[in-house]
Ligand binder design. Sequence first.
Ligand code: MG
Length: 364
Amino acid sequence: MSSTAVPTGREQRILGIIETARAKRPKFRDERITMAHGAGGKATSTLIEGLLVPAFESESLNALGDAGSVTVGAHELAMTTDTFVVKPIRFPGGSIGELAVNGTVNDLAVSGARPLALTLSLILEEGLPATELRAEVEAIATAAREAGVEIIAGDTKVVERGYADQMYICTTGIGERDPRARTATDALRPGDRIIVSGSIGEHGTAIMLARGELGLDAEIESDTCSLWPAVDALLEEAGDGLRCMRDATRGGVASVLNELARASTVAMVVREAAIPVAPAVMGASELLGIDPMYVANEGKLVAFVAPESADAALAALRSVGGCEAAVEIGEVRTEPPGMVLVETAFGGRRVMDQLVGDPLPRIC
Ligand code: MG
């Protein structure tokens, strides 16, 4: 069926059922925490929207953005926090220390805030070799320098052997809202273009390969990097046409699309053939039985842009190192609200739902 064809009666009914379920605020009813609660998909959003957000009654939390806002005098600040538990701590293309800086920097950046400073909390396992710790401290310092942020406070805790896995890192970041940014999670309009800043699925695949569980020997490196240069270029060139940005971390691009389709009560249609995926990532995904759209990235963003600003946004992104392969993958539609549809290479159409379960645990 082509994108313009009218859905069949059966298709319409199924879409209607899913749509009704989507519109309801999720309730957190699980008896115990499972790995799925940390995967960034359906269970994570149930935990956040069904337990955490209602408990704290914060307007900023309600917006479900990547960072919250605090106004101090005339300054609007953005604040975010993230904990890193990736296994193994070093992998092709990066390490836990680099992720801990870039992950928090990127949540500020895609919220339209220039990253300024970070705090750093280390949870270390008794017996961790000092050489490993030194290497991560060095990685943190280098990544912070490259991203233009200062580490201004920190904390260190040690737990007994076996009560943590080598090291966990928590970073909290603060940034200043850029005056050019007009972005919001509910700002998407039908007709808006969906742009990704480069090829997807590399970080999650690199981690899985580094664990050696696939017995596969492919050259895939994590894409971890600061997205501020990409955001800066978009803010400069796409202006008010830039509706919203998200970094496509846990749960991948598919999760970003689903979250924002719900937040803006719009539909999205993505052209499968337009999605940039490296052949090695595609091969590994096929072996794992997962769609690269659900695989984590640590240096890719999704931008939603008004149609008249799409060309400028693409040109701006492509001028930034690491974003040369930025491309439009689809657009925002009206119906059915809250849903993401994929047009397959064969001309069919399917629903790209929220991630269920955790196919790739502890990837960040
Ligand atoms: Mg994010």
